[in-house]
Design a protein around this ligand. Structure first.
Ligand SMILES: [Zn+2]
Length: 276
């Protein structure tokens, strides 16, 4: 807990601070009573009168988690995004100002605040704001249905939620075909939708497995991700070739050593064919 000590001006007037020479910087922000939002008044800066503030309040009211790796598309209307980009632009302008970057005269920094806002919403964090990709499933229940293992290699671009540095790598998604099959490109679309957020690699691996299980109704899914992290390459330990590997095994991939081995053998074959 932080304690703030303020000098009592009556007892000990601060000589260099004369109140008639100063104006308060912050204005009070009010919210109309009985809008439902007033219940959260005074709750840590959530009363700023912005669309983002209102959406955050709704999510808090519903106990909806909105961490960097969470999808919050149910709380957004299609038309909200443009407005949120405008708000984020203003906020990024403040960040650039705080960093003492001349965004009026430096031609390369002029549009940076808006570029950043658009990049977050439409690209690097798009998977937070967009609904799950449509993965129409086809029946796999005929006499000669496919019962083998399927391994799909998906390129991934993500961002770590700690430092907002790029994470790039590949996911190998293994599945034993169940009664439903989804198009091959859907595996990659789902993996990318999970990756386009602020994530931890461990969490990302779990998210991909869960969403693939949902889309295919298969209990038997494995996901192996290998990626390099910008936060280790560009800062911190500055390790330029560090590779992080994570694996999630579900169902028979976890229980049957042969299935597990076949999955990793397939990955080796894939890597010989298309080394990263
Ligand atoms: Zn990081």
């Amino acid at each position: 807990m932080t304690q703030t000590f303020t000098t009592d001006p009556e007892l000990r007037p601060t000589p260099e601070f004369k109140t008639d020479e100063y104006v308060p910087l912050k204005k009070e922000v009010y919210v109309k009573k009985e809008t439902g939002l007033d219940a959260m008044a005074g709750d840590g800066g959530y009363q700023e009168g912005t669309l983002a503030g209102a959406i955050r309040m709704k999510m808090r009211r519903d106990n909806k988690r909105f961490w960097a790796g969470d999808n919050i598309s149910d709380y957004l209307h299609d038309s909200d995004k443009e407005h949120l980009i405008d708000e984020a632009t203003t906020a990024f302008e403040k960040v650039l100002d705080a960093l003492l970057i001349d965004r009026e005269n430096d031609p390369n920094s002029k549009g940076t605040a808006r570029r950043l806002a658009k990049m977050y919403f439409n690209e690097v964090m798009a998977g937070r704001y967009e609904q799950a990709p449509d993965a129409t499933a086809f029946p796999n229940d005929s006499q000669d249905r496919y019962e083998g293992m399927l391994v799909v290699r998906s390129e991934l671009r993500s961002m770590c939620s700690h430092h907002h540095q790029p994470v790039s790598g590949v996911a190998y998604i293994g599945i034993i075909a169940a009664e439903k099959l989804i198009g091959l490109s859907k595996y990659t679309r789902i993996a990318q939708w999970c990756a386009r957020r602020g994530t931890l690699q461990e969490e990302l691996c779990n998210d991909i497995a869960r969403e693939i299980m949902k889309a295919t109704a298969s209990e038997n899914v494995a996901v192996y991700v290998q990626a390099v992290h910008g936060c280790c390459e560009n800062r911190g330990i500055m390790a330029h070739s560090s590779l992080t590997q994570t694996t999630v095994l579900r169902g028979t991939f976890k229980d049957d050593p042969h299935t597990k081995k076949e999955f990793f053998d397939n990955i080796k074959l894939q890597q010989e064919f298309a080394p990263r």
